[in-house]
Design a protein around this ligand. Structure first.
Ligand SMILES: [Zn+2]
Length: 503
């Protein structure tokens, strides 16, 4: 039986164009057009009751299992407003946990707290307990003395390549985190599955019908495949498989390719540098306040070799690069791959935080897909004001310039790096809150980046991303008309995602 959607504006191409009705059969779009043309006997009618329907939204970079973990077992510190507030929450959790168990929290941001938590503070709040408080960016971690002891870190312990250990303050940066993570009890597959489902269920409720989990290790990959085999994934998922886990120089083998209607893995992930909000991105001009230039995790020759293995195997690459120095390194690697091994797959750049005109041009020439996070402009603005030097301030997430350069752009939240995962908040930030004046995008551009751009980033734009005939009839349904509503009111409009059941 066919289903006919009607009773509200339907935007098949995620722009101002609208049609009256959409006819769907077996999860695929049969036709869109006027109600009179598509209506007929034997059709099940679904009245949108004035709501707007769009092609399903993709969050092209969201740490799904960590979103789920924060909604279930982790101590969520993202809205802690002061060190006293953080201390009260840590002490409360300490009192609830069994003796010897790890206390793991995430989400602190020194721009909100005034200063980062210290080892001395954690030792006082949770005496004798291994405590790990991950900063909101996940690139910087505050740890207690027992946590350092269990990780085998002593005052003289050297940091692994691409990381830093500040024993006195109890701060681990970038790859040094792997030492502590490796000392924690490994999550079971059942735990991973529960976190994935909690994360995906939440994303679907926010209006997404697809998401990229951008850092997946072998146990997590197993959990995703088990969920897909059991038909339990509530939205479509694309995975970027980690090649180099934190904490050392070990390398995971290339992942087995996996492509089903609900789950895709044909990509590997590299982290080239840190983040902008915590002043660890690799930049050419020192950050204000810290005077540092961030962390570059890879030697270029080694990065090229690891990337080449994936590229010649036909695997795509999604690489985290934020600072201008990291972007230069990555685009150089992509250029060399294109030169020495042409006709390879299309690669991605995650974040693309501080591109200059040369980076934009190179990304276009290399047909790279860029995946920035407009919601950062809303939530991390105070951090950029604090750290980004004047010389680079004009390059902070220049979204308009990405479109003007002709790039395929996919929007994403990078949750739980930010607290705000709602796609309509991302839309509003992209359209109304540029960090650099003149870098706002149009609503149609922003919608395109959440729909067609997200599908391009997943590599399944032949199957979804618009509501053209034959594509998945995944829908994001918004209780309002974005085109006649002020952007500041968008985030609070009711929204839900609906994935078309595949026959
Ligand atoms: Zn991320």
């Amino acid at each position: 039986m066919s289903t006919l959607y009607h009773g509200g504006p339907i935007h098949p191409w995620a722009d101002a164009r609208r049609v009256e009705a959409l006819l769907v059969r077996d999860g695929r779009v049969l036709q869109s057009g006027s109600l009179a043309d598509l209506d007929g006997p034997g059709v099940r009618r679904v009245d949108l009751e004035g709501a707007s329907a769009f092609p399903g939204f993709t969050d092209a970079h969201v740490h799904v299992w960590k979103v789920g973990q924060l909604r279930t077992t982790l101590l969520d510190l993202r809205d802690a407003t002061s060190l006293d507030d953080l201390a009260a929450r840590v002490a409360e959790r300490h009192a609830q946990l069994p003796q010897g168990a790890w206390l793991w929290g995430r989400g602190w941001n020194e721009a909100r707290l005034g200063a980062p938590p210290t080892r001395e503070l954690l030792d006082r709040l949770a005496p004798g307990r291994p405590t790990l408080l991950t900063r909101t960016c996940a690139h910087i971690h505050a740890v207690s003395t027992p946590a350092l002891e269990r990780a085998g870190i002593h005052p003289g312990t050297p940091a692994p390549a691409g990381g830093e250990i500040d024993y006195a303050r109890g701060i681990l940066t970038e790859t040094a985190y792997g030492l502590v993570y490796g000392a924690m009890p490994a999550p079971t597959q059942a735990q991973f599955e529960a976190w994935i489902l909690a994360g995906l269920t939440h994303l679907k409720a926010l209006g997404y019908t697809a998401a990229t989990d951008p850092a997946v290790d072998p146990p997590l990959y197993d959990a995703y495949r088990a969920l897909d085999a059991a038909g339990r994934l509530p939205i479509r998922v694309n995975l970027l498989f980690i090649r180099r886990p934190d904490g050392g120089a070990a390398t995971y083998p290339l992942p087995e390719r996996y492509l089903s209607p609900m789950l895709r893995c044909d990509s590997v992930k590299f982290f080239l540098d840190g983040g902008l909000s915590g002043a660890t991105a690799a930049v050419s001009v020192p950050f204000r306040e810290t005077g540092t230039r961030g962390v570059l995790r890879f030697d270029t020759a080694e990065l090229y070799e690891l990337a080449r293995e994936a590229h010649v195997a036909g695997l795509r690459i999604g690489a985290h690069a934020i600072g201008d120095v990291a972007l230069t390194q990555l685009l150089g690697v992509y250029a060399r791959l294109a030169r020495e091994h042409p006709a390879g797959p299309r690669h991605r750049i995650e974040h693309f935080g501080l591109p200059d005109a040369g980076h934009l041009r190179a990304a276009r020439d290399l047909n790279v897909i860029v995946v920035p996070q407009p919601v950062f402009l809303h939530e991390l603005r105070a951090n950029y004001d604090r750290y980004v030097p004047g010389e680079l301030a004009g390059q902070v997430f220049p979204l308009r310039a990405m479109f003007d350069a002709g790039l395929d752009v996919a929007f994403s939240s990078d949750g739980p790096v930010v607290r705000e995962l709602r796609p309509l908040a991302g839309l509003a930030a992209a359209v109304a809150e540029p960090y650099v004046p003149g870098q706002a995008v149009t609503l149609s551009q922003a919608l395109g980046a959440y729909t067609r751009g997200g599908a391009v980033a997943h590599g399944d734009d032949q199957q979804r991303g618009t509501l053209d005939r034959g594509k998945h009839a995944d829908l994001t349904i918004i209780g309002g008309d974005l085109f006649s509503t002020d952007p500041h009111a968008w985030p609070d409009l009711p929204v839900r995602g609906a994935v078309a059941p595949t026959a």
